[in-house]
Each structure stands twice: as C-alpha cells, then as structure tokens.
Design a protein around this ligand. Structure first.
Ligand SMILES: Nc1nc2[nH]c(SCCc3ccc(S(N)(=O)=O)cc3)nc2c(=O)[nH]1
Length: 278
C-alpha cells in the first residue's frame, strides 16, 4: 500500500503503525459508561490525546455498539460538526469523522475533517457521492446487519472470505465513483455482526485481508472479544486491548483505533522501533 495518506491538508505516513484515538460525542458510548462527552469535555479529551501522541482523533456522533438505536441526522450533525471544527482550529492533528451519513461527511469535511471513517462502507444513500466529492480518504469497514440487531445471530460460511469479498466489492464501488485506491483503507469490523469465534478467527488471518494491499484500520479496543478471552468487563480490558494492538501492528495494521491512547502509544513505539530495526 502507499506509504502516505493525504488527509485534507495533512499527510499521514503509513511506514509505521499509527494511532487513532476514540472521541465519542454520544451520550451512551459503550466504553465510558455513558459519561456524556459535552463539547468542553470533548475538547479537553482531544488535547489530552494529542499530548499522548495520537496521529488521528476519531469523532463519532452515532453509537454503533450492539443494540444501539439509530440517531437522528440533526443530532449527529449537532454533536459532530462543532467538535471537528474546534479541534481543527485549535489542534495540529488529523480529525476523522466516524459517520455513515452523507450530510455529516460533507459538513465534517467542510469543517476540516481529514478522513472519513464509515462503519457501513458508504452504503447509505448519498454517502458514496459525498465521500467522493469530499476528496478525503475513506475507511471502509465490514458490518453484518445493523447495530440494533447485528449480534443476535451472526453467521458466516467463512468469515474471512466473506469479509474480504464484501470489502473488495465496496472498493470496486468506490473506484466506479472516482475514489482511487490511494484514498482507501479497509477494516474487518471487529464486533460488528460477529461472534467471539468469528472475531478471533478474523484477527488470526489479518494478513490475508492486509494482503489486499490496502492499509488496514483495526478497532478492537475494550470490545467484548477481549472480555470473552480474559473474563474482564469493559473497564478492565486495558491489557487485553494492548495485546491486540501489538498483534495488529505485528500483522501490519496501518492504524489501530483505541480508547487508551497513552498506554497504546508506548506499546506502538516499542513495536515500531523493533520493526524499524529489521
Ligand atoms: N473503522 C472502525 N470504526 C469503528 N467505530 C467503532 S465504535 C464501536 C462500536 C462497538 C462497541 C462494542 C462492540 S463489542 N460488542 O464487540 O464489544 C462492538 C462495536 N468501532 C470501530 C471499528 O472497529 N473500526
């Protein structure tokens, strides 16, 4: 895959595994017990993440955890756009917008977002055109079903093959819309319509998806697959999350998406230092 990603007015070097910090601006985000990230809290959180060394801050206004209800477009716009704008104006960091809605992509791009992170891989009405018009790089993620029901009965013939086929299909659609390969990242979507077994199997074969020669974005931080393996609940999943971050980086992930940025930054510095010495 290319060595650099053009993210609006900033470039992201992909020669080492990069860090994306999660900034939930939803009242019921899954990992912080619903502590409502108001505007001021969001900004100070963003500052702290930048101080920790994150390369990207991912701003999401729709909770897409299992069982999450849909959010209105206006709610999402009100939550996301002011935060993207403020971070862009005050901090020197790439802002990604975690959205599936065309209008949020357009508004966030105008407000300075440098990356579109769509858990629905541009399948919503108008999303493909909005992403193409923004000129921004896009992360295409696999999800089976929709958040409200996706964990009820996930099933695959061959999870790795089906996720790969889906992502390649979305890549072809992007090419048809004029979004070049240099603007695409792929993501298997851990926890999005998959059992723990599906997630672990998928994780063990990351190199096969990475072999598609697109940069991979990996998001397993604090997810239930860690809980299943360690027996720990969501506040106690730091060690498990760090282990998965190391394993993702060792398998060539371009970006890891995490909540615990301080700790993961140190882990990636160690992994990248050893990788660079090879
Ligand atoms: N590209 C990308 N964007 C993402 N945005 C999110 S939000 C997480 C929603 C969630 C929470 C918890 C579980 S669970 N049941 O596995 O613990 C699943 C999904 N995640 C990702 C991800 O991975 N990639």
């Amino acid at each position: 895959c290319g060595e650099e990603l053009l993210c609006g007015d900033k470039t992201l070097s992909l020669t080492a595994t990069r860090l994306m910090g999660v900034l939930n601006v939803t009242p019921d985000s899954f990992s912080d017990g619903g502590r409502n990230h108001g505007f001021d809290q969001a900004l100070s959180c963003a500052e702290a993440m930048l101080a920790a060394g994150v390369d990207i801050i991912d701003v999401g206004g729709e909770s897409t955890r299992p069982g999450a209800e849909a959010v209105s477009l206006d709610q999402e716009l009100d939550r996301v756009v002011p935060v993207v704008e403020a971070i862009k104006q005050r901090l020197d960091v790439i802002v990604s917008v975690d959205t599936s809605s065309a209008a949020v992509m357009t508004e966030a791009a105008a407000a300075g977002a440098g990356l579109i992170n769509d858990v629905r891989a541009l399948q919503r009405e108008g999303a493909m055109a909005a992403a193409a018009a923004s000129g921004l790089p896009v992360c295409l993620m696999h999800m089976q079903g929709q958040p409200v029901t996706m964990q009820q009965a996930p099933s695959y013939r061959d999870v790795q093959q089906e996720v790969e086929e889906f992502l390649l299909q979305r890549v072809a659609e992007c090419h048809r819309a004029g979004i070049g390969s240099d603007k695409l990242l792929l993501d298997p979507g851990f926890g999005f319509g998959k059992t723990v077994e599906h997630n672990i199997k998928l994780f063990s074969q990351l190199d096969k998806i990475g072999g598609l020669s697109y940069p991979l974005l990996i998001g397993v931080s604090r997810k239930s697959m860690i809980g299943a393996v360690t027996g720990k609940d969501v506040e106690q999943r730091l060690s498990g999350s760090l282990a998965f971050a190391v394993l993702a980086a060792l398998q060539g992930a371009a970006i890891v998406r995490v909540h615990d940025v301080d700790e993961t930054m140190d882990v990636l510095k160690v992994v990248n230092a050893v990788a660079a010495a090879r």
